[in-house]
Design a binder for this molecule. Structure first.
Ligand SMILES: [Ca+2]
Ligand SMILES: [Ca+2]
Ligand SMILES: [Ca+2]
Length: 336
């Protein structure tokens, strides 16, 4: 038993010696390392022009909704290279550069050398657009200065600014290592022009037959008038009418709206709610009948359902009367 233990011990020591010998021999191999230190491309200028189709005759500091415009990006490759991608982010500084894309405040335009195509992301907007035929990225090797042209159309609700809130950011990458070899720059302090559309789905309205002295009688036809407004800023809706005129003698003013409250506008079918929902009813007079501080609209517009109500003097003669209602919209100040 003792002898066997000795043999095992000797075998273990031999094994240990072989293993030690193996480690001390070692193996090695030399590799040649290299890194090329390359200068990133530099964006030396970003310019905005109101020209269509890549033109550069009319510089501007103002985005214009629904008008094609051109951005020119000047890029410099001090060490020769190829453009891998171009990213342009057009954003309102109220939301910042990393906000999600949306039609009013943030849009991303991207060109990829892999696909050779442009994409524009504007949060589902149907009015922002990129003119791919006239946008241009040099695809050959660049050595020195070259130009990128981004031809685009700002959407209808691109938020109005007269205080330079808009920024155009550009990022150009080098194919040699796009994730670290890139240049970026921003054109700040841009405005955006006011944009406004209005449509009214009625050309006339009628209260039907009403007795003298009646109060707050609803429209007979149509039941309500839809006013659709698209506005890229706060807006107002104003109503003007001077009075009821004799239909058979249209120069004869019978009910003067400065003297008698006769025509009431509201945005719901109840003119006398204890607590108003939405907009408050207003008497229509020759001036100052206005709903102010209405919110900037979605791209498809905001629809105001206009309900009209008539109230008549108890001594109004029987007959037919006519009026002209003028509906006006325009830019308003933000709510106070
Ligand atoms: Ca233009
Ligand atoms: Ca009401
Ligand atoms: Ca109301």
């Amino acid at each position: 038993m003792k002898k066997l233990t000795g043999i095992i011990l000797v075998a273990a020591l031999v094994g240990l010696a072989i293993s030690t010998l193996y480690i001390s021999l070692g193996l090695s191999q030399n590799l040649t390392g290299s890194v090329r230190v390359k200068r990133s491309p530099v964006i030396t200028a970003i310019e905005l022009f109101s020209d269509d189709n890549g033109g550069t005759t009319t510089p501007t500091n103002e985005l214009t909704p629904i008008d094609e415009m051109t951005i020119r990006i000047t890029v410099n490759f001090q060490d020769p290279g190829y453009i891998y991608s171009v990213k342009v982010i057009i954003y309102h500084n109220f939301v910042g550069i990393s906000a999600p894309d949306n039609a009013s405040h943030h849009v991303t335009i991207f060109w990829s050398s892999v696909t050779g195509t442009w994409t524009l992301s504007a949060g589902g907007s149907t009015t922002w657009a990129i003119d791919t035929a006239n946008s241009y990225v040099p695809t050959g090797q660049i050595s020195g200065t070259d130009y990128i042209f981004v031809v685009f159309t700002p959407g209808k609700i691109t938020r109005y600014s007269s205080t330079g809130n808009w920024v155009i950011y550009a990022n150009v990458t080098d194919r040699d290592n796009p994730s670290v070899l890139y240049g970026e720059n921003s054109l700040t302090g841009l405005n955006c022009r006011y944009y406004l559309e209005m449509s009214v789905d009625a050309a006339s309205f009628d209260f039907g037959s009403v007795p003298p002295g009646a109060a707050n009688i609803s429209l007979y036809s149509p039941r309500c008038i839809n006013v659709t407004v698209i506005s890229n800023y706060w807006w107002f809706l104003q109503f003007n009418a001077t009075g009821w005129y004799n239909a058979s003698n249209p120069s004869q003013l019978v009910v003067d709206f400065t003297q008698f409250n006769s025509l009431l506008a509201d945005d719901d079918p109840n003119p006398t709610e204890r607590t108003e929902t939405g907009l408050s009813p207003i008497w229509i007079r020759p001036t100052d009948s206005i709903w102010n501080y209405l919110s900037p609209t979605p791209e498809a517009g905001t629809i105001i359902r206009l309900y009209l109500f008539v109230t008549l003097p108890s001594d109004i003669p029987y007959g037919t009367y006519v009026t002209t209602l003028t509906i006006t919209t325009g830019m308003s100040q933000p709510p106070p």
